[in-house]
Design a binder for this molecule. Structure first.
Ligand SMILES: *Cc1c(COP(=O)(O)O)cnc(C)c1O
Length: 399
């Protein structure tokens, strides 16, 4: 909220597309816990499953049927997933997937993209997106030189930079968000994911898709299903926990069987796959059928088109990127294809817009480096209210 010159809202409760703050204001929520709440707040069937699970015991440190059901659901949906390992956060899942890639290749370096965020894994905090980008933190203190030295950073959508980096120092993995959404949504250029697949193969590196945001959101099987490009390992989080702490990494049996106890790559977690989080995740995935994805796509398209028209009408230079369930409104006349382009946006205009939208009852991610998260609970009423508020906010800014 500092990025838009406001104090944070303190939230009292949420229901469907709405949040209520402690001061008695109600907002249409486009943050939705930064992604997990694809079904909206306090969805009755998700809450019922959590309550039912809680009554049977919160954690056992032993397998449950729910974990197996959730893993089966992931395997059925996600093309690269043959075996699944649960963790409690996306950060842990990234950390573990990287460890596995290093073990599988015998190499240390990881190639990542400027503006991508993979959780607060020490070695990946350089040029990271999300909160670090918002707060202008180029790399976090507390990360050792050795950890930082194994991270290679290249600009997103830059084929030459990727080729050169791979040649100079063949990495264990190319790690990317297939539709990066932690510098705002910056989709891959035509053919870029296919290029990464081929480049990884040629360099003997694994391709890891961090689908913590895109998984179960941009389509049933995430960005890999949507793009047709299958990575070696996949990192999942957010939606898979339905608002409770759950995440996972997944891949083909050959890699996943390297993880202990089947293999000797160690990873563990006291609360990994705990029954509450698994129940919330499963209940959420059960809501995500073809009709749900159609709804999400239609809602996001209507939002993108409406916002675009409203910006043009008001003479505000803007670029909108979107994928089903994800959208960013960039305050710039330029094309957005990498972190440098996002940094060139008019941050004051973005801040003024967010403040105005709050006044009109719409809670947006208060950073140009984040995406909006419309949910299944966002319907025509919220769309109308949002577009009306946007038209007024644009007019107030330009006037
Ligand atoms: C949120 C996020 C993470 C980290 O997940 P946590 O559960 O917050 O640790 C990793 N990767 C991406 C792409 C994310 O958006």
């Amino acid at each position: 909220m500092r990025a838009i010159g406001r104090d944070p809202l303190f939230i009292e409760r949420g229901e469907g597309p709405w949040i209520h703050d402690v001061d008695g204001n109600r907002y249409v929520d486009y943050v939705c816990s930064w992604g997990p709440l694809i079904a909206g707040h306090a969805h009755p069937s998700v809450i019922a499953e959590i309550l039912g699970a809680a009554a049977r015991g919160t954690s056992f440190g032993a397998p449950t049927e729910g974990e197996v059901e959730l893993a089966a659901e992931v395997v059925e949906r996600v093309p690269s997933a043959e075996m699944v390992r649960m963790t409690s956060s996306g950060t842990e899942a990234s950390m573990s997937a990287i460890r596995l890639a290093r073990a599988a290749t015998g190499r240390d370096p990881i190639l990542k993209f400027a503006g991508a965020y993979h959780g607060h894994v020490d070695g990946l905090l350089a040029e990271a997106g999300s909160g670090l980008a918002t707060q202008g933190i180029p790399s976090s203190p507390g990360v050792t030189k050795a950890q930082a030295a194994d991270t290679i950073i290249v600009p997103w959508n830059d084929r030459e930079a990727v080729e050169q980096a791979l040649e100079e120092r063949p990495p264990a993995a190319i790690l990317c968000e297939p539709f990066p959404a932690n510098m705002g949504l910056v989709p891959p250029a035509q053919g870029f994911l296919e290029f990464l697949r081929e480049a990884a193969d040629a360099a003997g590196a694994l391709l890891i898709f961090d689908e913590v945001i895109t998984g179960f959101r941009v389509s049933r099987g995430g960005a890999q299903e949507r793009s047709g490009v299958t990575p070696d390992l996949t990192i999942l989080g957010k939606v898979i926990g339905g608002g409770l702490p759950a995440a996972a990494y997944a891949g083909p049996r050959t890699f996943m069987e390297m993880v202990a106890p089947a293999g000797d790559v160690y990873q563990a977690g006291t609360l990994s796959g705990n029954p509450l989080a698994v129940a919330a995740g499963l209940a959420t995935l059960h809501l995500l059928d073809d009709a749900a994805y159609l709804h999400l796509e239609q809602t996001t398209r209507a939002l993108a088109q409406g916002l675009s028209s409203a910006a043009i009408e008001a003479g505000v230079p803007a670029k909108i990127t979107w994928a089903p369930g994800l959208l960013t409104l960039f305050f710039t006349p330029s094309e957005i294809d990498d972190l440098a382009a996002v940094r060139g946006c008019d941050m004051n205009a973005h801040a003024a817009f967010c403040r105005a939208m709050l006044e009109h009852g719409i809670y947006l991610p208060p950073s140009q480096y984040e995406a909006w998260f419309p949910s299944l609970a966002h319907g025509p009423e919220q769309l109308d209210q949002t577009l009306e508020a946007a038209a007024r906010s644009f007019a107030e800014m330009s006037g």
